[in-house]
Design a binder for this molecule. Structure first.
Ligand code: ASP
Length: 450
């Protein structure tokens, strides 16, 4: 049994929805279909989720949200008319209006309930259209199917384990299961959404629950590429990649799947196949636990801006038992997560993300380090980009670091940090933000020998 998730571009209009139905028809193993909200039809179009967010914000601000409501209706109306299922529009309009005008006490929960309508109505439409063309399909409501979520202490949606048992029952349904992505319900029956792009997580959870043979993630590109195509034209395609490699690349800015989407399938060893709705015969990229082949020594290169370094100097640091513990405790108490810790003899650098290490946090943390740990100096740099070279095959080969460092050197890029991941499948460089894309390009040129 396969679980197939279709992204917003695959559901943006009737033509794409018909393509989705053809894809479903081509393989009887595709039993659970997870859908996103309709995405953009052209580059300056709006995603339905964005229209819904505007609507909710207008309501919360006490301004007139009717034009936004009509814009959402219009998107669904065009799709429903073009698919000749306009009869679904009454229930869709009623559903969205009811949620949009519902009384609320908690603004975040209100926003979640409105945001979820994009996926919910997308699933209603796909199920109705499949039935209209003679396929037996059922819209599956996440509440009825038992997808239970809760917020953790920082407000992130987490999946309650019981959900897997509940959702496993979908495997026994006769009809095709059409399941809206992006949201579930808490134990009080309130809607909770994942963060943006979260339909990928729903697909992965369902694949895990029914122990699917494969989790197909349908999008609008033939493959994942070895490097961001907006940095390098026509880059090398990745046909196969491990979960670990993907995770490392995602960390440094590869935005192929939602960051949390791999975990449920990774844990169960279910392969993920990323495919193109507009070109279904392309093999796509498969994410696996063990590689069957290597097309190249390096699998991918990625770079991400938005990091800071905090470097602490303390003479005879190594002699003071518990120094690092004290340092890390300060960051933990201030709620700032630490990404990497390269260290020297009398110095240690903590790499943190700018979005958490705000200027206010910087002030508090630096003054706490100075007063509580009696250090020689604390130095903060706020413009670091992390560039990662990732490849399982690198673990057994000699000389990649030398080639990478000289490629960056020849390009005139100063290396602020060099780190080889403990797993040996990645090399990490810290460079100034201004050089991020330039560094990725130089490394690609060297390691993919153009
Ligand atoms: N529609 C949501 C978004 O735009 C979720 C998703 O598509 O995965 O973020």
């Amino acid at each position: 049994m396969k679980v197939a998730k279709f992204g917003g571009s695959s559901l943006a209009d009737a033509i794409h929805i018909k393509q989705v139905c053809d894809i479903i028809d081509q393989d009887s193993e595709r039993h659970i279909i997870v859908v996103s909200a309709p995405g953009k039809r052209y580059s300056d179009d709006s995603k339905v989720t964005d229209l819904l967010i505007n609507l909710a914000k207008e309501r919360l601000a006490g301004t007139d949200y009717n034009p936004s409501l009509l814009a959402v209706f219009e998107r669904f109306e065009i799709i429903a008319n073009d698919l000749s299922i306009s009869e679904v529009m009454d229930s869709i309009k009623k559903k969205i209006s009811t949620v949009a005008s519902a009384p609320y006490t908690d603004e975040i929960k209100y926003l979640d309930s409105v945001k979820a309508m994009g996926e919910d109505c997308s699933a209603v439409i796909l199920a109705a259209y499949l039935n209209s063309i003679g396929r037996k399909a059922k819209y599956c409501n996440p509440k009825d199917c038992g997808l239970i979520l809760e917020h953790d202490e920082v407000g992130k949606a987490i999946i309650i384990d019981e959900s897997y048992e509940n959702l496993a029952k979908l495997a026994n349904e006769d009809a095709l299961c059409i399941f809206p992505g992006f949201f579930g319900y808490n134990s009080k029956g309130e809607i909770i959404t994942f963060s943006r792009g979260g339909s990928d997580i729903t697909g992965s959870v369902l694949a895990g629950a029914v122990m699917a043979t494969v989790y197909e993630n349908w999008t609008d590109v033939d493959n994942v590429f070895a490097v961001n195509p907006s940095i390098v034209k026509n880059p090398f395609p990745i046909t196969e990649i491990t979960y670990d490699e993907m995770r490392e690349l995602a960390y440094a800015g590869f935005s192929v799947l939602h960051e949390e989407a791999l975990f449920p399938v990774y844990k169960r060893g279910i392969p993920v196949n990323i495919k193109n709705t507009n070109n279904p015969s392309a093999k796509g990229t498969t994410i696996v636990s063990k590689r069957t082949h290597y097309d190249s020594l390096v699998t991918g290169i990625a770079g991400e801006k938005g990091f800071c370094t905090v470097t602490i100097n303390k003479y005879l640091m190594n002699r003071q038992v518990g120094f690092l513990l004290g340092l890390l405790t300060i960051f933990a108490q201030e709620g700032v997560s630490i990404e990497h810790i390269p260290s020297g003899i009398d110095s240690v650098t903590l790499i943190v993300r700018k979005k958490y290490f705000t200027p206010e946090k910087e002030q508090i943390i630096v003054s706490r380090i100075k007063s509580e740990l009696s250090v020689e100096s604390v130095h903060v740099e706020r413009d670091l980009a992390i560039v990662m070279i990732v490849g399982q095959a690198m673990a057994n080969s000699v000389g990649i670091m030398a080639r990478a460092a000289s490629a960056l050197g020849n390009a005139g890029i100063n290396l602020k940090i060099v780190n080889q991941g403990a797993s040996e499948i990645s090399l990490m460089f810290g460079v100034s933000e201004a050089y991020c894309s330039y560094a990725v390009k130089a490394l690609y040129k060297e390691l993919f020998k153009l």
